[in-house]
Design a binder for this molecule. Structure first.
Ligand code: DC
Length: 235
């Protein structure tokens, strides 16, 4: 990289629906630039896991504001690729289906969004981060120098999820069902885009990239090209 480019540190916000390639792209872009990658979906998943572990889901459904109690002593940290919830490694557990099913509900609650937005803004304060989620370019860092909105056909996204699940599947475990996966993805897209607070939405300045027919390498190159243009202009 040219001298000077590495001195300027920007925020790259990558938003988009489930399984659109956000986390893989964001992680690789961060590696290439020497930036920190922050997976905000993992933060919403961690809160959801805490709710489930404490058996509070029904209480919170009945009285949503009660979620505030649980947020008082929550700590979510990233250690490389690992996610630590109050010091406990939850990297695998937060990807379980029981978490995926409830995360849209938990992430629609105002106390949860307020608390996590604060944490995310603190994590990005020094800049030099690639952050992915649903509302990073619109709400968390509307001043991010580069905003990306990734989209992909729902069938294609279900196929990616399927391949991920197959790769992680233990011997003898049931095969996932592609139609059911596509359906779950559509339900989550809808919930995330229709909620009142910080819905999934493309910022007017965001660059939309359709990843349906792109390899990961191409997605990464597209984002890096845009980032390098900005970094060069900033010199
Ligand atoms: O990126 P993911 O699929 O792991 O995200 C899980 C859920 O978290 C997603 O369905 C909506 C919520 N989320 C959010 O509301 N805002 C974000 N910035 C990131 C995720």
């Amino acid at each position: 990289m040219k001298q000077g480019i590495e001195e300027k540190r920007i925020i790259i916000a990558i938003d988009g629906p489930a399984a659109s390639g956000k986390s893989t792209t964001a992680r690789k872009v961060a590696q290439r630039l020497g930036y920190t990658y922050i997976d905000t979906g993992a933060m919403y998943r961690s809160v959801t896991l805490k709710v489930l572990r404490q058996g509070l889901l029904d209480d919170i459904r009945r009285s949503p504001e009660s979620v505030s109690d649980l947020l008082q002593d929550i700590s979510i940290r990233f250690d490389g690729d690992r996610v630590l919830l109050n010091g406990d490694d939850v990297t695998t557990e937060i990807r379980e289906n029981r978490v995926s099913r409830e995360v849209s509900f938990i992430s629609s609650l105002k106390p949860v969004r307020d608390r996590l937005r604060e944490m995310q803004q603190e994590l990005g304060r020094q800049r030099g981060v690639v952050m992915d989620g649903r509302d990073i370019g619109t709400v968390v860092f509307p001043d991010a120098e580069l905003k990306i909105f990734l989209v992909a056909d729902s069938r294609e996204r279900a196929k990616r999820r399927y391949a991920e699940l197959i790769a992680k599947r233990s011997d003898g475990a049931e095969l996932p069902d592609l139609d059911a996966l596509e359906n779950e993805i559509k339900i989550r897209d809808n919930a995330d885009a229709e909620r009142a607070l910080a819905p999934l939405k493309k910022h007017v300045d965001a660059h939309e990239i359709d990843t349906s027919d792109l390899t990961i390498e191409r997605q990464v190159e597209r984002v890096l090209d845009l980032a390098l243009d900005i970094l060069q202009d900033c010199r």
